[in-house]
Ligand binder design. Sequence first.
Ligand code: PEP
Length: 230
Amino acid sequence: MIIAANLKTNLTRKETKKYINEVDAYITSCNSSQEVLVFPAMSSLDTYKSSVVVGAQNAYPTDNGAFTGEIGLTHLNEFDIKTILIGHSERRHILGETQEELVKKFNYFKELGFKIVYCVGEPLEKREAGKDVMMEYISTQYEGIDTQYENLIIAYEPVWAIGTGLTPTLDDIKDIHKELKDKSSAPLLYGGSVKVANAKEVLSIENVDGVLVGSAALCAEDFCKMIEFA
Ligand code: PEP
């Protein structure tokens, strides 16, 4: 099981430091070898602890250079960051990243051996159009992606479930995960309104290899409970 927290643009550096200290203290206290990933805001990439893998929510596929507002490999290297989140729906739909750009990013960090958490998931209108349309849409998000990459983790995150409190039924998650496992044998996380109240059930679904948690992971105590469930 892999338990991952996407802190987005939420906790500040000071808050993230406290947060990671709390998560680290919990993991250390139970002598757990649970794989825990935390994706903090860019300003907190240096707040690591040995029990927690800190990853970048984004980076530009370059060493460094004239790419205003972005960070590149040199910056990640300074903090020994070797994990990156690619294809999150907020980057696809709010920041307008195209599949072509994501593939470039994917290939760049793949060549460097990064652990890549690659997100896929459908918006509500695709889900409402029926399973075939939905799966066809999700398939487009696999285009150009090396699904056999050994350091790949896929996160299935229905866009309409992110931050909304809505989730697919457990049977729907089971069904979609089964189909996605046919596309790639990489560990497959579920993300979208996972919280303490539903994490245990979600983690028990066949082909769910962990969870990627946004809002509910902002509270270290809750995130630790999900680690405990795993
Ligand atoms: C996410 O943004 O990756 C996410 C899963 O968010 P939330 O848990 O808030 O739905």
